[in-house]
Each structure stands twice: as structure tokens, then as C-alpha cells.
Design a binder for this molecule. Structure first.
Ligand code: SF4
Length: 739
């Protein structure tokens, strides 16, 4: 008789990393509940997490590779799949060069353990400059600002939501999303705790979101104008002598340059542009400066606009100029357990962008990537270096990148395309080979990436729930890397595993003066991913250093604590964490100052009150497009509607539930209208990730809840040039009744 077993896992479906209690019998998931003993998430679970079993058992999820034969994607063995990749891809790269290959990375890779170790080698094995990822879809502005102001593009300012007295939030809706660029399980519960300790929440958003409903104050703001409003807050800090740098004052450069830059952005000057009166703006600046500890947190709606980097810059400046940077209750930075935290002297190599340029538009690289919005240009424009082939890993750009109809045509025209994905979706239907990743429950996990954004130092290792009949995710990466390195389709993944381990051990041995053989002996007998994880844990700032720090963290210790290990809240890390060349906060980095000229120029233009602007929205039961194939997440009332203010609907003679045509510069679609006074007049709102039911995709549930793709309307001709980020909010559109 099969026994019921309980497994403790971490939910891989969003950045919150909630602990799960997964009840299993034989090869079936019986239930998924929040793990009440997880010290970080304490039993919290949202509707998405409860569907992890549905995802595992989804009959549409690919279990074996597909290879295109006679125009059809048919099932194939793993050997056949890698032989097809070698035969189709390698001659093409030999003839047209490595830059003819685009590598595309999606955000699910940040939740899996194997990609944390193997994506870097994959990038190097591809040896192409055409690297694209979800970062230039929604978060590159924060990387740029972090890199330029304090020298590390991957150290984010995390609002200390549990201890803050005042949280000013823009373009974020954690009641639906549970937060982004912050890992805080049960963000809604943490917001609910705020009034109990007298803390205030102010939300600034063109829509009265679920989070705005809970706020002490909600301010409507015109889409895309947050940068002007935040600049007016900074200007008010200066003009009312509210700047107080606090503990970090001796380490900050550029304050006077900032004073000069924001001087024209008075609250009175930006009031009509933003739709917020000057007195309210001044009051907000005073509240921010006067709070015992305050945090400014801006997210998607701040970053996916044409001034995304400038907006993120202003938010960072507000935190710094009010003394709330790296202060409990302000914004702080994480101290992930599996990281070496260098508490040496401030200073480092600094951060640079634009080390090379894209072929067609001359976009500067940022973090080694080109803008997602420029991919279709690179695929469609003939000439040397034209992208003719692609490898995608866990991404559906035909739904998530701007101007999706154009990108769909560009993917269809590729000479060769390899997808590493769990579904035949709107993009991977164009593939020549699809390599299916194992189910999350068949792999071990440790949230390496998101512990870097966590409000507490937390570590949790999850063993696989089910035995994987196919190759591990690490083996699939290793075989793909082997093919790209020219070792051939039949090469052993062990060669790549061994080389990666030896490089990592060598580095650690040199850095810490540890004996190489002792480390290798300690790791013997483990799976490749376990070896690499144990190495990171034991060499991290809390690690046992292979016996050098008795009582420290190791994989073995985490295995003994299946609900996770909590080592406390964020702690002060600056100025020692500064990695700018100067070893100081560089508030007025030349790259940002140069970009500010665009913002300044816009301030002098007349306020555009004409037409409608499109913004996006998140729903609690959605995140990525593939979640629409899980029945519990799409049941009930159709959610892919165009929200519109009643006055805008009436002006166009549109009734509730009526279908309308929405037209932008690049595309047109038809969708049902939902009238709502939660939007400010002049704004319409559509969720992202929908638009299913296309020929060739194999998403049976999603196809019967198809909706429309918002990226049919977003424009790949407009980006935030300072970061290369896509513009997904504030899109000019026309809406007309379909009669
Ligand atoms: S909030 Fe995120 S991590 Fe938590 S259960 Fe929901 S999807 Fe999973």
C-alpha cells in the first residue's frame, strides 16, 4: 500500500518564496498547503501556490523532447533531440558567426537551482552578443541605478516593510503580486500590520489598485509621469531644507549637482503634468522627511516607462537624501546566507554600461544584454550578424515582449530555434527542437536568486518530491553546453559538471586559502547541483568554511531543517558594501545626468491631455503566461478585460461588457470593456500574458480562456534608452466601439 508522505518545499511561482507543505501519495500530489512551520512565510499561501500539483500533473506539460520533422513537432528521444540541435545549429553558427544566435532567458530560471549555476556557462558557450532576458522587459532600470549609485547592479534597495513607519509606494500592487524586487512572503499580511504600529502607507498609481484600497492615502498620477513627481519631492527636500543624509553623509558625492538638476521641477511646475496638486506634493515630501523611518518603493509601473531609469534614480535619491538608505525601517539590502559578503573597505570596480552596441539600432549593452524590444530588429534586418537562430530558456517572448505580432513573424522566419521549456506555447510552437525541463517537484531547490532580495536572511533546501525519469535540469544544460562547445551531441554531461565544479573549487581555494582536496573530498558523492550549492553555502558569510568556522551553515545543516533556517532581518551593510570606483555613493553619475536631459526637455513641452494611455495590471491568480493553463487559476469570470473610466466609456458610447477595438501605433485588438472608476479618466488598463489559442500552441486550458495579448499594442520602437528597458505602460491608444 502506498503511504502518504509530506514534503516541505518552496513555491517557485513568484518572488515571495512561500514555504509549502506538499502531501503526496505514490506519484500523485494530494494537496499543497502553506507550511505553518516555515519561519519566513509562516503558513501563508496564495491561490497560485496551491496549484503546484496541477502544474506537475498537467497533461500539456512536456515530458519528452520534441523535434520538428516534416513541419510537425513530434516526440523524440533525448539523443535524437541533441543530434538535431547539433545538425541544425552548429553549421549555421559556423557559416554566419556566433552573433547570428540569440539567447533568450526567462524569469522562471531565477526560481530553479540548476540555472543558477549553468546559465553562466551557457551564455559563455553561446559566445554571442545577442543576449536578451526578462530584465529589459521590466527591471533593468533598477540594475542600472544600483550599479551606478553604489556599484553593484544586483544589490537592490529593499523596503523594510516590517519596520518602516512610512511606505511610499509607486507602480506596485503587492496585494496582487506579493511584491517584486523584494522577497517578503505574505506581503499583504505585512501591510495589514502597518497601521497596528502607527505606520502609514501611501500609494501613487493611475489605478486604485487592491493595495491602494488598503492605503492610508492613494494619489492618482498620470501614467509615465512618476519621474516628474518624484523629482518634485526631491526639489521640495532641497527648497524646504529637509535634506538629511544621516549616518552615510561622509560617503556621499553629488548632492549639489542633484540640487541643480531638480531645481526646475517644483511641485507647482509638475502639478498639471502629473495630475497631483502642489500642496499635496509638498505635504508628501514633508511626511517622508519627517517620518522616523521611511521607504520609497517603486516597481513595474515605475520601471516600464520611457523614463524608467530616471524614475528609479529619483526613488533612490529620496531614500538617500532623507537618511533612509541602509537604515532599519527604510530601504536596506539583503544578506543572503549563500553569499560571500565582503565587509572590507568601500570601493571596487564600479559599473559600466555601453561596452558594446547592438548592430541595428546601436543600443548600448546593459548588464551584457540588449533590449528585448530590439530583438525583432536584429532578427529581421539583413546583413552580417543578423540573428538567424535562437535558444530560449523558460520564456515566451511572443507574449511578453513588446510588439508581439511582429516578434511572432520574426520567430517563424528563424533558420533554427531551440527552446528549453515545459510547454508548446505561443513562442515555442516555432521551435525546431524543444527540450522539456523536469517538473519543479522533480528537482531540488534553493532560492538562490531571491534570497538576494529577501527582507530576512533565510535559507531552505528542498529535496526532490518525485523521481525524475528523464535527465536532470543540470544534465540538460550540460549537454546543450557540450554541443555549443563543439564536443558533440554524444558528449557526456559529466565533462561539463566536472569542469564547472573544478573551476568553482579552484576559485574558493585561492580566495580562502582552503585546501582543494579537502573541499573535493567533502563534496564527493553528491549530485552536481548539490555540490555547487554546498560550496556556496559553506563559503558564504554564514558558512562553515569546510570546518574553518564550526557551527556554520552547510547543505547538511539545511537538510536537517526542512522548514528553513532564519538568521534575522536585514542589517546595515554600508558604507562597506559600496563597490563604486570612488568607494562613495555617486549620486550624479554622468550616465544618469546625461539621460536627465530627456526628462528636462519633456518638462518644457505642453501637458498632453489628449487621448487615452494604456497601463497593465496584475491579478492574484496570474503571473506568467503559462499559469493560464492551470484550470483553478483561470476559472470564473473572464479577467482579460479592458478597464475604462465610465466618463471615457460614455464619451465613446461604450457600454459595460461591450467589445471595443483598441488601436496603438503598432497593433490593434478587440476586447471586452469593464467600466471602473478605480481608474483615473484618460487611462485604460489591460492585464498581460493573455492571447492564447493560436495555431500550433498546445495549451488546452489556456486556449479556452484565450483573452488578448496586451503586447500586441506595446511599441518596440520606444524604450528607456538609459537601461534598454521596454515601455509597457503609458502607451497611447485609441478605443472605439465595434458597431
Ligand atoms: S505568493 Fe508567490 S510564492 Fe507565495 S504561494 Fe503565491 S505564488 Fe507562491
Amino acid at each position: 500500500m502506498n503511504e502518504r508522505r509530506m514534503h516541505y518545499r518552496t513555491c517557485p511561482l513568484c518572488e515571495a518564496t512561500c514555504g509549502l507543505a506538499v502531501a503526496v501519495e505514490a506519484d500523485r500530489v494530494l494537496s499543497v498547503r502553506g507550511d505553518a512551520d516555515d519561519p519566513f512565510s509562516q503558513g501563508f499561501l496564495c491561490p497560485k501556490g496551491a496549484t503546484l500539483g496541477d502544474l506537475h500533473h498537467d497533461p500539456d506539460r512536456l515530458r519528452v523532447p520534441r523535434v520538428r520533422r516534416a513541419g510537425r513537432l513530434v516526440e523524440a528521444s533525448w539523443d535524437e533531440a541533441f543530434e538535431a540541435i547539433e545538425a541544425g545549429l552548429m553549421p549555421l553558427l559556423k557559416r554566419h558567426g556566433r552573433d547570428s544566435l540569440a539567447l533568450l532567458l526567462g524569469n522562471p530560471i531565477t526560481h530553479h537551482l540548476a540555472p543558477a549555476f549553468y546559465v553562466g556557462p551557457l551564455v559563455r558557450a553561446c559566445a554571442t552578443r545577442n543576449l536578451y532576458s526578462a530584465s529589459t522587459v521590466d527591471q533593468m532600470p533598477q540594475h542600472v541605478v544600483s550599479g551606478l549609485l553604489w556599484g553593484d547592479p544586483n544589490v537592490f534597495p529593499i523596503p523594510d516593510v516590517d519596520r518602516t513607519d512610512h511606505l511610499l509606494m509607486l507602480g506596485a500592487n503587492p496585494m496582487a503580486s506579493n511584491g517584486s524586487l523584494i522577497t517578503a512572503p505574505d506581503f499583504p499580511g505585512r501591510l495589514r500590520e502597518m497601521p497596528k504600529r502607527g505606520a502609514r502607507l501611501v500609494v501613487v498609481d493611475p489605478r486604485r489598485t487592491e493595495t491602494a484600497e488598503r492605503a492610508d492615502e492613494h494619489l492618482f498620477i498620470r501614467p509615465g509621469t512618476d519621474v516628474f513627481w518624484l523629482a518634485a519631492l526631491v526639489e521640495t527636500l532641497f527648497s524646504e531644507s529637509l535634506v538629511e543624509l544621516g549616518r552615510l553623509k561622509p560617503h556621499v558625492d553629488g548632492v549639489e549637482e542633484i540640487r541643480a538638476l531638480v531645481a526646475p521641477f517644483t511641485p507647482e511646475r509638475v502639478a498639471d503634468l502629473c495630475g497631483i496638486d502642489a500642496e499635496t506634493t509638498r505635504r508628501q515630501a514633508r511626511d517622508l522627511a519627517g517620518a522616523a523611518a521611511a521607504a520609497v518603493y517603486g516597481r513595474i509601473g515605475n520601471h516600464t516607462v520611457e523614463f524608467g531609469t530616471a524614475t528609479a534614480w529619483m526613488a533612490a535619491l529620496l531614500n538617500l537624501l532623507t537618511g533612509n538608505f541602509d537604515r532599519p525601517g527604510g530601504v536596506m539590502t539583503s544578506s543572503p546566507i549563500a553569499s560571500k559578503i565582503d565587509d572590507g573597505e568601500p570601493g571596487g570596480r564600479g559599473y559600466r554600461v555601453g561596452r558594446w552596441k547592438s548592430r541595428v539600432q546601436g543600443h548600448p549593452e546593459v548588464n551584457g544584454e540588449f533590449p528585448a524590444a530590439s530583438l525583432a530588429d536584429e532578427m529581421e534586418t539583413p546583413g552580417e550578424g543578423q540573428v538567424r537562430a535562437a535558444i530560449s530558456v523558460a520564456t515566451n517572448p511572443v507574449r511578453s515582449y513588446p510588439n508581439s505580432e511582429r516578434l511572432d513573424r520574426a520567430f517563424a522566419a528563424l533558420d533554427f530555434y531551440v527552446a528549453f521549456d515545459i510547454y508548446v506555447n505561443e513562442t515555442t510552437r516555432h521551435a525546431d527542437v524543444i527540450l522539456p525541463a523536469p517538473s519543479a517537484l522533480e528537482e531540488e531547490s534553493y532560492e538562490l536568486t531571491f534570497m538576494g532580495n529577501a527582507i530576512r536572511s533565510f535559507g531552505k533546501y528542498d529535496a526532490p518530491v518525485f523521481r525524475n525519469e528523464g535527465p536532470s535540469e543540470a544534465d540538460i544544460f550540460a549537454r546543450l553546453i557540450g554541443v555549443l562547445q563543439g564536443a558533440g551531441a554524444g558528449s557526456s554531461p559529466d565533462d561539463v559538471h566536472t569542469a564547472l565544479l573544478e573551476q568553482s573549487v579552484e576559485r574558493l581555494s585561492n580566495e580562502e586559502g582552503l585546501d582543494r582536496e579537502t573541499i573535493l573530498q567533502a563534496l564527493a558523492g553528491m549530485a552536481p547541483v548539490q555540490q555547487l550549492l554546498d560550496l556556496k553555502l559553506r563559503s558564504g558569510w554564514q558558512g562553515d568554511l569546510f570546518g574553518g568556522r564550526p557551527g556554520g551553515v552547510s547543505l547538511e545543516k539545511l537538510v536537517d531543517h526542512p522548514h528553513g533556517v532564519d538568521l534575522g532581518p536585514m542589517v546595515e551593510r554600508f558604507p562597506n558594501r559600496l563597490r563604486t570606483e570612488s568607494g562613495r555613493f555617486e549620486l550624479a553619475s554622468p550616465w544618469l545626468v546625461q539621460d536627465w536631459a530627456r526628462v528636462r526637455a519633456r518638462l518644457d513641452l505642453p501637458v498632453r491631455g489628449d487621448g487615452l494611455r494604456l497601463i497593465g495590471r496584475r491579478h492574484l491568480r496570474s503571473n506568467n503566461s503559462w499559469m493560464h493553463n492551470l484550470a483553478p487559476l483561470v476559472s470564473g469570470r473572464a479577467r482579460c478585460t479592458l478597464m475604462m473610466h465610465p466618463s471615457d466609456a460614455e464619451a465613446r458610447g461604450v457600454e459595460e461588457g461591450e467589445r471595443v477595438e483598441v488601436r496603438s501605433r503598432v497593433g490593434v485588438l478587440e476586447v471586452e470593456v469593464e467600466r471602473s472608476d478605480a481608474l483615473m479618466p484618460g487611462v485604460v488598463c489591460l492585464p498581460h500574458g493573455w492571447g492564447h489559442g493560436v495555431e500550433g500552441a498546445e495549451l488546452s486550458v489556456a486556449s479556452s480562456h484565450a483573452g488578448v495579448g496586451s503586447n500586441v499594442l506595446t511599441d518596440d520602437g520606444v524604450i528607456d534608452p538609459a537601461s534598454g528597458n521596454a515601455v509597457l505602460n503609458g502607451i497611447p491608444v485609441e478605443v472605439s466601439a465595434l458597431r
